[in-house]
Design a protein around this ligand. Sequence first.
Ligand SMILES: [Zn+2]
Length: 193
Amino acid sequence: MTCPTPIAFADAVDYWAGELTSSEADRIEDHVFGCNECAGELASCEALTRGIAAVARGGRLHTVVTDAILNRLAADGVRIRMFTLEGDGIVPCAVWAGDDLVVGRIRADFAGVDAVTIVTRLASGDEIGRLADVAVRPGQREILNAFSAAHLRTLPATRVQVSVTAAGDGGERTLAEYTLEHGGAFERPSGIQ
Ligand SMILES: [Zn+2]
């Protein structure tokens, strides 16, 4: 039997991450109580989201996350280093031994935009990450771009460019650009978190 009103995958992720309002969460709980199919979906979604921790440590993760997901990952013992990308100026960054996940907290004016593309490039021009069609909700002011620290540890010291673009009339337009000065990978943890 196929559920006529299946729970959307995005809602299942938000439910697991604790990002739904209580009435939205109640609606999902009421539904899965009577629907085996969606109960199974919800369970596999939780397993998938928990799998992010293992994937991050494996060095393959590059994705957009939310604060709620980061809180859950931190609670599961994932060590997270955060850098804020906002306005002009060069952001110094680096990766330390023991880091699992490095998160760029990208702050920009996303007004009137419902999806963006985020491209991360080294000074050499090599792309180290491209996330297309990242959904932006009305009123959203930041996007959290997460990289596996294991992957970043393989990079040399280099300047890194992050550009955020959106589709507009006549093609892609740039919403924001940021420059990071990546110092490389270090053994000792620094004082900053
Ligand atoms: Zn259902």
